[in-house]
Design a protein around this ligand. Structure first.
Ligand code: CP3
Length: 356
């Protein structure tokens, strides 16, 4: 079953071309959380299966990965999973409670709890993600590229300490100031697991990798540069080295650090091919900051998806025109939200393709 050599030939490679800075036939578009609750067919699958059961069952993960592609003319797929599978592989229990989000019944309460984590062999507990990626490459039949992903160390550390989503990240920030050495230990442990995990995803068939630093928004610039950026750089450097040693070509990589529009220059220096932007960043300003050699991704406000199709079309066209056709991947500035009308997605995708 695990045939990772004879993948179908890619027919639409606009996403990969844009990421590498090559000419595209049309501006590629995909949407963060494109497989999800705004789709009635996803809700149907969710009624029958627990969230993490879907992630762990390649047939189910592939089915929901495919769902948005059946409806929309998207230029990429992203494997269905979650960033919190790494804390699970490190031995933590994570539950997904409908209407609440992720819940850790036993979060990390003090540095002593680090001893409970099980980094040895963690990637071996994530082979189901690799299996889903390989299966998906065959199922896609070369229609569009398949994106693999991970959470970044600071974002994962936050969930592990807060025990779920948090408006303030107060406990995690207290670790940074009260236990800086233990915080570094945890961030380094996560970095190692992430490198193993991404290496496995590339071997399984992922064609682009996105790192989600969704909780960057909680850090002031100085802390972002201290507690997030070095680990994101280490991930890129170590993965490149690891793959080079095995003569495996590196795939393009995207850093999406939500709320870190204050540090675009610094992000551009990390060796990533693509920088994801949230909706607070102006496209023209962002291009000035990062220069011509980085691809930008984003960044329509997900709340704009509640406007009329005419308004969505106008906003999307304006956005694409500001970014331009070179080194650009259209997306929202964060994940699509559960109540988004289907027609908004249809309008967004069509407007991107017709804008230039
Ligand atoms: O983009 C895709 O279609 C692939 C799937 C994907 C999911 N989560 C599925 C999901 C991806 C890329 C993620 C990443 C993820 N997970 C992030 C980073 C992106 C971001 O939004 O900032 C984060 C922070 C998580 C952790 C997480 N998972 C949260 C905070 C929540 C609850 C909030 C919410 O939107 O419900 C989840 C749940 C989750 N992950 C759902 C889906 C489809 C909904 C859960 C359900 O069906 O009950």
């Amino acid at each position: 079953m695990k045939d990772t050599k004879n993948f179908p030939i890619l027919k639409n490679d606009n996403l990969l071309r844009a990421a590498r800075g090559e000419a595209v036939d049309r501006v590629p578009v995909w949407v963060m959380r494109q497989a999800g609750r705004y789709l009635p067919e996803f809700q149907e699958v969710r009624k029958q299966h627990d969230f993490f059961t879907i992630c762990r069952t390649p047939e189910l993960a592939c089915e929901v990965t495919m769902q948005p592609l059946r409806r929309f003319d998207l230029d990429a797929s992203i494997i269905f999973s979650d960033i919190l599978v790494i804390p699970q592989a490190l031995g933590m229990t994570v539950e997904m409670h409908p209407g609440v989000g992720p819940v850790f019944p036993e979060p990390l309460q003090s540095p002593a709890d680090l001893a409970k984590l099980t980094p040895e062999g963690a990637v071996g507990r994530l082979t189901y993600v690799g299996d889903a990626i390989t299966m998906m490459r065959h199922m896609l039949d070369g229609r569009v590229p398949l994106i693999g992903f991970t959470g970044a160390p600071w974002t994962l550390m936050g969930y592990m300490i807060e025990g779920g989503g948090s408006k303030t990240m107060a406990k995690s920030k207290a670790w940074l100031s009260d236990y800086p050495d233990d915080a570094k230990k945890l961030l380094s442990m996560l970095t190692e697991s992430i490198v193993d995990y991404l290496e496995m995803q590339v071997k399984a068939g992922a064609q682009l990798l996105q790192i989600f630093e969704s909780s960057a928004e909680h850090l002031p610039k100085e802390d972002f540069l201290k507690w997030s950026v070095p680990y994101i750089k280490e991930i890129r450097d170590k993965l490149t080295q690891r793959l080079q040693q095995q003569s495996i070509p590196i795939v393009p990589m995207t850093i999406f650090a939500k709320g870190a529009g204050h540090s675009l220059k610094e992000q551009a220096a990390l060796g990533y091919d693509v920088i994801g932007l949230d909706w607070t960043v102006d496209p023209i300003e962002a291009r000035k900051e990062v220069g011509p050699n980085i691809t930008l991704q984003g960044n329509l406000d997900p709340q704009d998806m509640y406007k009329t199709p005419e308004e969505i079309r106008a906003l999307t066209t304006e956005m694409v025109q500001k970014f331009g056709k070179e080194r650009y991947i259209a997306n929202l500035g964060h994940g699509i939200t559960p109540q988004t009308p289907i027609v908004s997605m249809e309008t967004l995708v069509d407007a991107v393709h017709k804008a230039l």
